[in-house]
Design a protein around this ligand. Structure first.
Ligand code: FA5
Length: 336
């Protein structure tokens, strides 16, 4: 029993074989149990000796089975660890990474430039009251200049804002001038019933800016626009102010910057002028201040409205504004 038993245990390659051996050797009907039962048939004087031998053998076999089991378990664990080892040198699966939309990138840049000059950034409602969009901007009902911004109406008094200028009125109403000047930029989406073409979209972005304090001049406006242009595009680009008309500013200007394509020399893009129009601006009309409850005899300042979509077109040489809104990832992922 001993020789066979020990040999078989040592040769076992798995837990099941070991279990079977344990049953066959030590179980109720196993060889050792049988041997112990057979002791009663032996002469009395031999029984203690054989009994003790059988017990010893039973213990030895049980111990050997236990240590063999531990050995098999350890081997299985080692194999598992080996199989599950992670090869850190294998190249990983690349996870597609998103990024802000190119227009949002330009807006973030503009926000950062103005935050650096002490402006606060406010956002306002895209579904706006007609009063803020027009009346408070010195555009009373039936004013012909309302036609400049063809409008999507929701109800008689509620509309999709046609520009970010209503944020001038909202900021003026809220601001406490005893605490210092108002310096604010407000980016956002605006809507007009424009027919879509390469340079016009019915939905586009603007960044409004307003500075109101005592003794603010046109020179401050020009300097501010120059800082923005230089920081966005580089120092060599110049800003030119041209007289224009907006009901909410007096005087009003449009700002041109040196045309990128031809470096100010004149090309098709700038229609031979060397300049490209990028924004509207001016000195805030006293009526706008008065309607928002600000004393126009004491306070004054400038405002501007920038079109970041056009900035993005210029900066990246995109010749159709609609590309920004089609959500074609092949186009958008270029601006990572
Ligand atoms: C305005 O909307 C004025 N509220 C700007 C302003 C603010 C003037 C403060 C004075 C003081 P305008 O309609 O020109 O102005 O639009 C301003 C800029 O928005 C334009 O220079 C242009 O860059 C952009 N823009 C206008 N219409 C469109 C359009 N359909 N698609 C894309 N960009 C447009």
């Amino acid at each position: 029993i001993k020789t066979n038993g020990l040999q078989s245990i040592k040769a076992a390659q798995d837990g099941k074989t070991l279990n079977d051996l344990k049953v066959n050797l030590l179980g109720k009907k196993g060889s050792i149990t049988k041997a112990l039962h057979g002791i009663s048939e032996l002469p009395v004087e031999e029984r203690p000796k054989i009994g003790s031998l059988a017990n010893k053998l039973r213990d030895e076999l049980a111990k050997t089975i236990d240590s063999k089991r531990a050995e098999l378990d350890q081997a299985a664990l080692n194999q598992k660890l080996k199989d599950e080892k992670i090869d850190v040198t294998l190249p990983g699966d690349s996870v597609p990474k998103g990024h802000p939309h190119v227009i949002q990138q330009i807006i973030d840049e503009i926000d950062d430039i103005f935050i650096g000059m002490g402006y606060q950034v406010l956002s306002g409602p895209e579904v706006e009251e007609e009063v803020y969009n027009f009346e408070m901007m010195n555009l009373p009902k039936n004013h012909p200049a309302r036609d400049m911004q063809d409008t999507f109406y929701i109800t008689k008094d509620i509309l999709m804002r046609t520009h970010t200028s209503p944020m001038q009125a909202r900021a003026l109403q809220k601001h406490d001038f005893t605490k210092g000047p108002l310096k604010m930029v407000s980016p956002g989406v605006v809507y007009r019933r424009d027919t879509d073409d390469p340079t016009h979209s019915h939905q586009f972005h603007q960044v409004e800016g307003i500075v109101i304090d005592k003794h603010i001049t046109m020179a401050d406006l020009k300097g501010t626009l120059e800082v923005m242009t230089h920081k966005l595009f580089g120092d060599k680009f110049q800003v030119r102010l041209r007289p224009s008309y907006f009901p909410f500013t007096e005087p009003s200007v449009e700002a041109d910057i040196t045309c990128f394509n031809c470096n100010g020399k004149g090309c098709d893009v700038c229609k031979g002028t060397g300049w490209i129009e990028v924004l509207g601006a001016g000195m805030v009309h006293p009526n706008v201040l008065k309607m928002a409850g600000v004393d126009s005899n004491v306070y004054g300042g400038f405002a501007f409205g920038v079109g970041p979509d056009r900035f993005a077109m210029l900066k990246y040489g995109v010749d159709d504004i609609r590309d920004f809104y089609l959500n074609d990832l092949r186009f958008l992922s270029q601006f990572d």
